[in-house]
Structure formats: C-alpha cells, structure tokens
Design a protein around this ligand. Structure first.
Ligand SMILES: Cc1ncc(C[n+]2csc(CCOP(=O)(O)OP(=O)(O)O)c2C)c(N)n1
Length: 592
C-alpha cells in the first residue's frame, strides 16, 4: 500500500480552498440569497466535501438551504459529540478542515468535548452552531446558550454573526484561521434571524483582512544557524518530535535530518508516525508510557531538538529533571509554546517544514556511533516486555497482530485508556496521519466517531478503530452511522471488563481499591452491534485471535470484534507522577 504523505493545498499556508478540486460555482454575484444559503454556498466554494451534523430549531434555515442546494454531503450523526469527533477524525486523517454543525443550546454544548479535544491537539475544525434570534439573545430564550462564551477558551477563534452580508467573509476567514499557523477549532454562531435575512451574493472569495493574525512561518536565520552549530557540537543529540511535525507535513524532513547527522528520534503520542516506526533511528514513544530506552536516551542526551512538541507533562514527568544534561532547541509555529514549560537555549518560531528546510543544509553529515551503540544496549537490556497468562489473550498481542497484519500502514484510531497506550507502544506507525487519538484532552468516546470521520476522509486506506469496552459505550450510537453508510470499518474492542487505565492507577497507587472501575459483566457487545445491523464476533482464546482479527479487517462493512483480554494486564513501563522519566516502574514488564 503506498501512502501519499505529500502536503495537499489545504494544508499549505497559501491558498484558500479546502479541496484539491475547484468547487464548481453554482451561484452568481448579485443573486439574492438568505444568510443560510450564503453559508452553504460559502462552504461549497471553500471545497467542503462533508459536514457532520444534527438538526434542530435554531439551525433549521441552514438545513433547509442544505436540502435545496444539495451540497456539501451531510452525515447525520446520532449525537452532536459524534459530529465534533467525526470532524476531528476527518481533519486528523486528511489534514483538511473538518466541519460539524449543531443547533443552539444543547446541540451546541454537545459539541464542546470534541472542540476541546481539537483545541488541545491543534486540529483544524469548523463548527457551525445555530443561535436563537438576535432579539431573544440574553433573555433565556428556549434553547439559548452563550456558545461563544462557553467555547472561548477551547477554540482558536469564534464568531457571533449579526449580519447576513458578513457570512461569506466569516466562513472564509474562519477556515483560514482554523488551518493556518497553529491549527485549531473555530466556531461560527449564527442567529436564526440572520440565517433568514436576505442579501446579495458577492464575488467569492472575499478578501482576507486580518491585521491581528499573521502567523510566523519562517524561522529566524541567525537562530537556525545557532541551532546548526549546536547540532555539530553535540555528541549525543536527540530529536524530540511532536504532533506539530505531522501537522506541518515535515515528517520526511525530520527523517532527512536524522539520517544526515545520525540523530535518533523519540516521538510523543501525537508525533507517532512522523518518522516511520520501523526506521532504524526511530526510538518510538517517550514519556509516561514510553519505552525505557527512549526515556534513557532523553535523560542522557547532550542536545534535545524539539520540533512541533510542547513539553507536555505526560512527556516530561518532573519537568525540573527533564533532559538535565541537554541543551535545547525548540522549533514551534506558536510563539506561546516557547519557554512555556522548559527554558530553551535556541528558540525558533516558525513552520516546522520551513525551518527544517533551512536547517538541514547547514548541518554537516555526521555519525554518532558511540551514542547509537549505547542506545542499542539499552534496547537489548530493557525491551518492551509484557506477561502472558496461558489461555488468556494478552491485549498487547492484539496490537502486535494488528501491526503485523497491516504492516504498520493502517490508520489506527483509538479511544482513551490502556488500549490507547498499547497501540502507541506496539503499533509501529509507518507514516504520519496514521495514528489518530485524542492526545491532549484524552476524551473517552472519541474512537468510534473519529474513525468514521477518518474513514470518510481517506477512503482508499484501511482504517481500524481500537477502543476500550468503557469508551466504546460512550458513543456507541454512532454505529448507526457506520451501518447506514456501510463504511468498511473494523472496530476492535479490547474488552477487559474494566475502566482499565483507572483500574491500573488504583492497583499501583491506591492499594488495589478498585473504586467504580470494574465494569459489571456485559452488556453483550456483539448483540448491541447486531441491533445496529452491524455483524460481529466475540473471541477469547489466544489461538483464535489473529484469524478473527484478519476476518474483521476483511469485512466489507462495519464489524465489531469483541476481544476478551486479560483483565490484569498493565501498561508498562510507567513513570509515576512527579518522577523523572528515567524513574520508571515496570521496565521488566511487571511492577517491582
Ligand atoms: C470522558 C472521559 N471520562 C473519564 C475519563 C477518565 N478515564 C481515562 S482512561 C479511563 C478508562 C477507560 O476504560 P476503557 O474504555 O474500558 O479502556 P481501557 O483503559 O480498559 O483500555 C477513564 C475512565 C476520560 N479520559 N474521559
């Protein structure tokens, strides 16, 4: 399977359109339209292919316009949280802006989790919400909620539209802001009377006038030179790569730099796949559940080159003891990230791709044999280990089998919990945008809807959802969407009968007091799937697991594989809270 990691026009800093194909114009300047129609035409002009949404009173004019114009494609979700996560999944898989839509009040507030998740992981999402009529705003009208107020801290920007004539430029700006600089979610709140107001359609696209918004994309040349000098002086350099590299389409350049100067690479959860997991210089994930060798490499490095990473606490552990002997270069498009958690020696604000393009020619080819040899010793001495109980499926084995069957080239969308970390540890993602997960927010219920969004975004790649039995039930109703659209989508439930990650913390830090983390037996997930018209199978024997997984992967439509796994399995190693990242427990696959 060939994976095209090239950066499409949507994700380039210049240009305004979302899709590679020019949207055919269906409307002429001067034509009279309603505000709702203007909104839909603007989406069409922007090349929006699909909108995930759910109708209701305040947004009915928009749905009526959508019905009459017949574009973009609309996917009716079964809960607005699903719409936001589908838009996220669509955006994360494709790099294009994902669009979701909901009515005012409860519809809009149901989007909040997905918007917060997109905000934390810098995912370009456009949310369109209906609002009560302007005359009713502030009067506690039926289904009124101050959505701009509610989403202020979890969106990159939001708009309350008051005049229909502003709608095309608001849509154009909103999409531009969502996908440029450090991407993020943008919300447009549209009162019902504004949606009904009549206006004349103007030439599209309207000019962009954003004096207060000019993301810096080119790094400072002197800082880039200083970085190159640090690389040359260093004997134990390490690249620390985050989701910003995936967003910037800079994975191949990181590989180029790594190979040129023989620099090993550790990745954050969000950065996985930026460098192929099977590449000899890839050390996999660092941090709380990172491999021991990756964390040791960080703590022994004399230079840390952070690219599109934000020194998150799950990565650094005790931040005052993170990479203590390393000088630090930090490349990030968002100036607010520089120095936020860790003091750096060379800060470079800019787009990771542009900065690396400038940096690479300044770095002389080099080898670091002793350093790489030291890391290989750690890899031999402290491999990723886990225990197997005879007759019981080890959850890690499910991920290893998935990795083998798909050669690390599937889009794997996870929910949140232990299974998410096992996928991060044992699935060796071969390309950017294959790993899709709610990293920063860690929102349970993300997996199934995000996988549906991803499935629609990249129809020619295998997409697999891996979810826990807890999180699966949080958004299980979206199975109806997968069934309705007959999406080829294997859903692998790692069923440990528990809220596994909570249970794990309770086992290690709360002396085994499993307060409300053990799920009562049932429900029958295969029967639930059948109720949605989705076939499925339960498997609990190790010798049957791989064949059952292969069957699920080959299914022509959605398929639920309920894998009953060892309930006592732990995600190890683990950095206990407050410790430095080389103070791991469970390096040998069990808690000592
Ligand atoms: C919406 C939400 N509520 C609560 C949590 C806290 N939480 C993190 S992991 C986890 C357990 C997840 O259990 P399950 O989905 O069965 O996956 P497992 O850990 O067993 O793989 C919980 C409750 C969360 N991350 N998100």
């Amino acid at each position: 399977m060939g994976i095209d990691t090239a950066r499409g026009p949507n994700n380039a800093p210049e240009g305004h359109r979302l899709s590679r194909t020019e949207a055919p114009a269906g409307i002429a300047p001067g034509q009279e339209v309603s505000g709702a129609e203007a909104l839909i035409w603007a989406l069409v002009e922007e090349g929006v292919e699909v909108v995930f949404g759910y109708p209701g009173g305040a947004i009915m004019p928009v749905y009526d316009a959508l019905y009459r114009i017949g574009r973009p494609r609309h996917v009716l979700v079964r809960h607005e949280q699903g719409a936001a996560h589908m838009a996220e999944g669509y955006a994360r898989a494709s790099g294009r802006v994902g669009v979701c839509m909901a009515t005012s009040g409860p519809g809009a507030t149901n989007l909040v989790t997905g918007l917060a998740s997109a905000h934390m992981d810098s995912v370009p999402v456009l949310a369109i919400t209906g609002q009560v009529a302007t005359s009713a705003i502030g009067r506690d009208a039926f289904q009124e909620a101050d959505v701009c107020g509610v989403t202020m801290p979890i969106t990159k920007h939001n708009y309350s539209v008051r005049r229909a004539c502003d709608i095309p430029s608001v849509v154009h700006e909103a999409i531009y802001i969502a996908r440029t600089g450090r991407p993020g979610p943008v919300l447009i709140d549209l009162p019902k009377d504004v949606a009904n107001e009549r206006v004349r359609w103007m030439p599209y696209p309207p000019p962009l006038d954003l004096p207060g918004y000019r993301p810096t994309t080119a790094g400072h040349p002197r800082q880039i030179e200083a970085a190159a000098r640090l690389v040359e002086e260093s004997r134990r350099p390490l690249l620390y790569v985050g989701g910003g590299v995936v967003t910037a389409g800079a994975g191949e350049l990181v590989v180029e730099l790594a190979e040129r100067a023989q620099i090993p690479v550790v990745m954050t959860l969000m950065g996985l796949g930026a460098v192929p997991g099977r590449h000899p210089l890839s050390l996999g994930m660092l941090g709380m559940h990172g491999a021991a060798w990756a964390n040791y490499a960080v703590q022994h490095a004399d230079l840390l080159i952070a690219v599109g990473a934000r020194f998150d606490d799950r990565v650094t552990g005790d931040v005052t003891r993170f990479a203590p002997g390393a000088r630090k270069i930090h490349i990030d498009v968002d100036p607010a990230e520089i120095g936020k958690n860790v003091a750096v020696d060379v800060p470079i604000v800019g787009d990771a791709r542009r900065v690396l393009e400038e940096l690479i020619p300044l770095v002389a080819p080099a080898g670091h044999d002793a350093w790489l040899e030291q890391i290989r010793t750690w890899q031999d001495e402290y491999p990723l280990l886990y225990e197997r109980t005879p007759g019981v499926v080890a959850p890690q084995d499910v991920v290893v089998a998935l990795d083998t069957l798909t050669a690390g080239e599937a889009v794997v969308v996870t929910d949140v919990g232990q299974h998410q970390m096992w996928v991060a540890q044992f699935y060796r993602f071969q390309a950017p945008r294959l790993q899709i997960t709610s990293g920063g927010l860690g929102a349970m219920g993300f997996g199934l809807p995000a996988a549906i969004g991803a499935r629609l975004a990249v129809p020619d790649r295998p997409v697999v959802a891996v979810v826990g039995d807890g999180g699966f039930l949080m958004t299980v109703q979206e199975l109806a969407v997968a069934a309705q659209l007959q999406l080829p989508l294997p859903i692998v439930v790692i069923n440990n009968g528990a809220l596994g990650m909570v249970r794990q913390w309770q086992e290690i830090f709360y002396e085994g007091r499993y307060a409300e983390s053990l799920l009562p037996p049932g429900p029958d997930l295969v029967a639930i799937a059948r109720g949605f018209g989705v076939p499925g199978r339960r498997v609990d024997r190790p010798e049957e697991m791989t064949a059952a997984l292969a069957e699920a992967l080959a299914a022509p439509g959605p398929y639920v594989l309920d894998v009953v796994v060892d309930p006592s399995a732990l995600v190890l190693p683990m950095v206990p809270p407050g410790r430095a990242i080389d103070e791991m427990t469970g390096v040998k696959g069990r808690v000592e």
